[in-house]
Design a protein around this ligand. Structure first.
Ligand code: FAD
Ligand code: DHB
Length: 389
């Protein structure tokens, strides 16, 4: 098979890129290792910046998002007993939207056939070839047969564990990494949220987040040691913990219900510096990971794709390669600022095992400062709502 752009991965970055290129008349194919149901079973991000909602609007795949997404004009930071509201809209004139990554991915997948975007699921053993030539290709195995896709460019949208980043020679790259000594244990349940807006809480028992997917579906997370396992937790034990954290802070109190999903995600900051090698371009989690505090991961994937789709379209429409040449610099400028904010909020809101009482008082003092300073609140709000493209 021949195409213009072969895209590896049908997560948010691969599907958004595929749709944007298809809309512009640039032929492309998306190749995904997992089944459609598996991809849609992964519960991940929940908060969308304008950069992400605007891409959905540009594609005209925004009807369900507009109908079901919740507009959030503020969110809360909290210490044990104190809620500090960050009024995003008053401070920035903007807002974020609560709409799950799973729903966004489903909308993009559902729209693909009608728009002529081919997504090949259950493609095993994807391998990238001849990236430094003008005729790169990828191979995969489906139903026991090896297939080859010849392309002008390959887009590596295959997440942190995919093959694209690994196809770049170590001599050409620099990696920056910080692993945190804890993860987030998450629970999704069909119960009303405890509060009308998100609460990120730093208490004596560590970090906890009260989030939601709708007025009837809640998403909660708590900080757990890296060594912890989901099997160590019963639903009751987790609800007990969440009640302890959020009953004193929230408007409605925690409502318990059966878990639709429970999982632990490790926290990591990671940047892979180079996002281009020959005819391969990386976008999203394949090139960078942020800790989830601040909800930047999915939104960074969207901004990478906004830059990369513009650059590829300029190449195919006008033979202009300046945006392709500038892609990495443009993307990294935004990535590093989002890394900074995610790292700052992670440090401010979690208990670090190596820290003592003094560091905890520093966190409380910083939050107290935020509570009394409009300037600090503005800095936090403008980063949370998303920096301009
Ligand atoms: P992905 O969503 O990872 O998509 C990559 C795709 O490539 C996947 O479908 C994968 O199956 C596919 N792939 C991998 N290997 C291959 C291969 N060999 N061949 C073909 N396809 C392949 N962000 C937040 O903002 N808030 C959160 O709460 C949050 N929670 C998260 C929890 C977890 C467990 C993880 C892993 C991430 C979380 N994130 C969160 C981050 C956010 O979900 C990601 O930033 C976002 O999914 C990035 O999109 P992506 O398309 O770049 O990568
Ligand atoms: C959610 C996840 C986040 O990482 C975050 O910062 C806010 C909300 C969520 O899954 O709802």
């Amino acid at each position: 098979m021949k195409t213009r752009v072969a895209i590896v991965g049908a997560g948010p970055s691969g599907l958004l890129l595929g749709h944007l290129l298809t809309q512009a008349g640039v032929d492309c194919v998306v190749v995904e290792r997992q089944s459609r149901d598996y991809v849609l079973g992964r519960i991940r991000a929940g908060v969308l910046e304008t950069v992400t909602t605007e891409l959905m609007r540009k594609l005209g795949i925004d009807a369900r998002m507009n109908a079901e997404g919740l507009i959030e004009e503020g969110f809360n930071l909290a210490t044990d007993d104190r809620l500090i509201r960050i009024d995003i809209t008053a401070l920035t004139g903007r807002h974020v939207m609560v709409y799950g990554q799973t729903e966004l991915t489903r909308d993009l997948m559902d729209a693909a056939p009608d728009r002529g975007l081919t997504v090949i699921f259950e493609a095993k053993d994807v391998a990238l070839h001849d990236l430094e030539s003008d005729t790169p290709s990828l191979t995969y195995v489906r139903d026991g047969e090896t297939q080859r896709i010849q392309a002008d460019f390959i887009a590596g949208c295959d997440g942190f564990h995919g093959p694209s980043r690994k196809a770049i020679p170590a001599s050409a790259v620099r990696e920056y990494e910080r692993e945190y000594p804890f993860g987030w244990l998450g629970i999704l349940a069909d119960v009303p949220p405890c509060h009308d807006e998100l609460i990120y809480a730093n208490g004596a028992r560590g970090f906890a987040l009260a989030s939601m997917r709708s007025s009837t579906r809640s998403r909660y997370y708590i900080q757990v040691p890296l060594t912890d396992r989901v099997e160590n937790w019963t639903e009751d034990r987790l609800w007990d913990e969440l009640e302890m954290r959020f009953d004193p802070l929230s408007q409605h109190g925690v409502t318990r219900g059966p878990a639709l999903e429970m999982s632990i995600a490790p926290l990591r900051s990671y940047v892979f510096e180079t996002m281009r090698h020959g005819r391969l371009f990386l976008a999203g989690d394949s090139a960078h990971i942020v800790p989830p505090t601040g909800a930047k991961g999915l939104n960074l994937a969207a901004s990478d794709v906004a830059y990369l789709s513009d650059a590829l379209i300029a190449h195919f429409r006008h033979g202009d390669d300046s945006a392709l040449d500038g892609y990495q610099a443009r993307a990294l400028a935004r990535i590093w600022k989002a890394q900074r904010f995610s790292w700052y909020l992670t440090k401010l809101m979690h208990s670090f095992p190596e820290d003592g009482a003094f560091e905890h008082r520093m966190q409380v003092a910083e939050l107290d400062y935020v509570a009394g300073s409009k300037s600090m609140q503005t800095v936090i709000a403008e980063n949370y709502v998303g920096l301009p493209l």
